[in-house]
Design a protein around this ligand. Structure first.
Ligand code: THU
Length: 142
């Protein structure tokens, strides 16, 4: 994100709410949408998609991260999850880890308590840097 890029949280919330309207959640009846802003100014979104084999359900954030890669990749700088009424929801634990991969600790996540950096929601996160550090310690073939 450039310094000149401001985050329009209302637009993101509107997009999350729109995405939630597309959710496939016949089992929980708890539709969720997620919308994120990328470093190059795109908005990506996703909705939850459940499955008759309950444990296979996909959270809205999963769909959003897929949309991130489908539309050109890059980094997420801000995101929000919401229900179809536009009420904000906090990402579940697994999705916090997904978001960390896509945006790192600086990713701003809007919550009912306002925007917060992901590092506050997922402290001391395991991430790509941990693997890279390990590879540097143990180069292939050594
Ligand atoms: N859900 C999400 O889509 N994102 C979250 O961060 C929390 C939970 C979905 C999963 C499931 O389809 C429904 O909400 C109820 O848990």
């Amino acid at each position: 994100m450039t310094n000149s890029q401001t985050i329009d949280w209302q637009v993101l919330l509107d997009r999350a709410r729109e995405a939630a309207a597309c959710a496939y959640a016949p089992y929980s009846e708890f539709p969720v949408g997620a919308a994120g802003l990328t470093a190059d100014g795109r908005i990506v979104s996703g909705c939850n998609v459940e499955n008759a084999s309950y444990g296979l359900g996909l959270c809205a954030e999963c769909g959003m991260v897929s949309d991130l890669h489908r539309t050109g990749g890059g980094r997420l700088v801000a995101m929000v999850a919401a229900n179809p009424e536009g009420e904000k929801l906090v990402p579940c634990g697994r999705c916090r880890q997904l978001l960390h991969e896509a945006g790192g600790g600086d990713l701003m996540v809007d919550t009912t308590r306002g925007p917060r950096p992901l590092r506050e929601l997922l402290a001391d996160a395991f991430g790509p840097d941990d693997l890279l550090a390990r590879q540097a310690d143990h180069p292939e073939g050594s």
